[in-house]
Ligand binder design. Structure first.
Ligand code: ADP
Ligand code: SF4
Ligand code: SF4
Length: 588
């Protein structure tokens, strides 16, 4: 079965003069394989007539066309947005009093699935002419499955509440102080408790316009949980939160699920693992199609995702498995020193940061971990020369490339122009080393002001890594990236560092990513917003142990994949590891 998808927002026939039509061999033979829609003036590919040669895919200068073969046995889609559009196959099955975790690449239909389950989109089961909910089709499609009764309930009125993915947009649509906003929304009378649990007491008076990303995230979560509904959906609740806040959010979501149905999309595997009762994987080609797997237990679901192979369905959805090594032995030998910095002090009104001096080496990646508002960004900015320490001046002729945590869209031009301005060229080398791994091919001609948050993140990472620097500083590069993108990003950084005289420092809250990428770590601690302390770079095991002890959470290793898994609070293992001081994992 073959499908043809055109991303119409990228298609610009006036600029290309219908290259796809000109070069399609079927059209040249006189077939109407590609025609022009009279109203939109955009091309339409007939899936019946197309022979799948792929010529149009390569000829389209904007990468708008996808011709993809699907597994034969696939039934009709649950929903298709239009002709030559994205389609979603099957649906996840929400259950009352449980947390359903969804894992998958961006663009494979997670939001579509949620919109269908919340009643916002009426599924058309691939029939593009049907506009109303066709009960007969629904019954035929879901007969006997749990989704049949779900849709019957949906028809009689289920209210779905949603925590959106991009919290940065909230100040554009809401105004007032946090207190005013939450007070208006609190239909369930739970906000007071949540404000405490999520540590927002000191931010209540602040205007929503002045909140940090982490504060905005927590406001959005509290607001969603405070509203009265039946199904609650959280899209990436962990971006911008530190590990401590992530686990608190996870516990609050679990609490909510005792009374409600909860669905969560999350790319932080440790968090997803901690909060879900079961998992659905969504796989496919971003922007083209998505297929929802059958439900799986949490451990098996995440391991299956890492493996890239669905045994039951005999489908391989990624060429390679994602592997972890137990890191304590990684890179014992340090490279040549690059930068030696002394103890540093920096204070702002009401905040003081102390940093233990240390040495950065060639070829190493240092993961920076710790609670929010303890000075991580300030430290990174001091190394970058954006802020100067109170006690001395860091004099270095080293070049530093810096990706800040919150990325501004202040470049007036396209992504291509932005990359060119920092030295990105059109060479094959640059394409294969930066553009391709960060999936930027298709947005090169988009304006920086118009791309999504996830795209902006990848562009900012590209801008940082394109520069010819000695030290690369990346502040929370994984926010809004899916697991595949996080992985590509870490591989890219490693490649850049490994064969060079460079080093990288990465501020990261995703424990699985930190574990995956870092050779050593700098641990921050302190009283958030009041004072902060940074250690010198430490060996991973020592640093993680110190950090997790501070957070009060223990981790173990999954015996199959070696990925870190958070122990449930007060479980046998949790108590045992705490008693012997092994918070990261026990030596086998
Ligand atoms: P983190 O990156 O760990 O979140 P930051 O370095 O951003 O920590 O901030 C630590 C503290 O310093 C926060 O309380 C913040 O309000 C304060 N702070 C950061 N930059 C400035 C500044 N330029 N002026 C005043 N206060 C600042
Ligand atoms: Fe025509 Fe080949 Fe494109 Fe199909 S894949 S529309 S046959 S050029
Ligand atoms: Fe031009 Fe590509 Fe649109 Fe075809 S799909 S008209 S080649 S931009």
């Amino acid at each position: 079965m073959r499908i043809a998808v055109i991303e119409y927002d990228k298609c610009k026939p006036k600029k290309c003069g219908y290259m796809c039509i000109k070069y399609c061999p079927r059209v040249r033979m006189g077939d109407e394989t590609i025609t022009v829609n009279k109203e939109t003036k955009k091309p339409v590919i007939s899936e019946e007539l197309c022979v799948g040669c792929g010529i149009c895919v390569h000829k389209c200068p904007f990468g708008a066309i996808h011709i993809v073969n699907l597994p034969e046995e696939l039934e009709t889609p649950v929903h298709q947005y239009g002709e030559n559009s994205f389609r979603l196959y099957r649906l996840p099955v929400p259950k009352e009093n449980s947390v359903l975790g969804i894992i998958g690449s961006n663009g494979t239909g997670k939001t579509t699935a949620i919109k269908i389950l919340s009643g916002e989109i009426v599924p058309n089961f691939g029939d593009l002419n049907s506009e109303r909910f066709d009960k007969g089709k629904m019954l035929e499609y879901f007969r006997g499955s749990e989704l049949q009764s779900y849709f019957e309930k949906l028809e009689s009125g289920i209210k779905a509440i949603m925590k959106p993915q991009y919290v940065d947009k909230i100040p554009k649509v809401l105004s007032g102080t946090v207190e005013e906003i939450i007070e208006k929304i609190d239909e369930r009378g739970v906000s007071e408790k949540l404000i405490k649990t999520l540590d927002m007491e000191n931010s209540m008076e602040k205007d929503i316009k002045n909140l940090s990303g982490g504060e905005l995230q927590r406001v959005a979560i509290i607001a969603a949980m405070s509203r009265e509904g039946d199904v609650y959906y959280f899209d990436e609740p962990s971006s911008y939160l530190d590990i401590y806040q992530r686990l608190n959010v996870a516990r609050s979501i679990r609490e909510l699920s005792k009374e409600k149905t909860v669905i969560v999309v999350e790319h932080d595997l440790a968090v997803l693992d901690y909060l879900s009762d079961y998992i659905h994987i969504i796989y496919g080609v971003p922007g083209v199609y998505g297929i929802v797997s059958s439900p799986m237990g949490v451990r098996v679901g995440i391991n299956t995702y890492l493996e890239g192979y669905l045994k039951d369905e005999n489908v391989r959805f990624r060429d390679q498995r994602i592997e972890f090594d137990v890191l304590s032995d990684r890179h014992k030998k340090l490279g040549n020193p690059i930068l030696e910095y002394p103890d540093l002090i920096k204070s702002f009104e009401g905040f003081e940061l102390k940093v233990e001096g240390g040495v950065l080496h060639e070829k190493e990646i240092i993961g920076i971990i710790g609670p929010n508002a303890t000075g991580k960004s300030t430290f990174v900015k001091m190394l970058a020369g954006v802020e100067s320490p109170d006690n001395m001046e860091i004099k270095t002729d080293l070049e530093i490339a810096y990706k800040p945590q919150y990325i501004k869209r202040d470049f007036d031009g396209t992504v291509r122009e932005l990359l060119r301005s920092v030295g990105g060229d059109e060479s094959g080398y640059y394409r294969s080393e930066i553009i391709k791994p960060l999936q930027l091919e298709n947005i090169l001609d988009s304006n920086v002001g118009e791309i999504s948050g996830g795209e902006l993140q990848r562009v900012a990472i590209a801008v940082c890594l394109t520069q010819d620097a000695d030290i690369y500083l990346l502040d929370e590069p994984s926010a809004y990236l899916d697991i595949e993108q996080r992985l590509n990003m870490t591989k890219l950084v490693r490649k850049k560092i490994e064969n060079s005289e460079k080093c990288a420092l990465i501020v990261e809250h995703d424990i699985v990513s930190v574990d995956y990428i870092s050779d050593r770590t700098i641990v921050f601690s302190g009283d958030p917003g009041v004072n902060g302390h940074a250690t010198q770079p430490l060996e991973m095991r020592e640093g993680m142990n110190m950090f997790l002890k501070d957070v009060g959470v223990t981790f173990r290793r999954d015996h199959e994949t070696k990925r870190p898994r958070a122990n449930k609070l007060d479980s046998q293992l949790d108590r045992k590891q705490k008693s012997i001081g092994e918070y990261y994992y026990m030596k086998e």
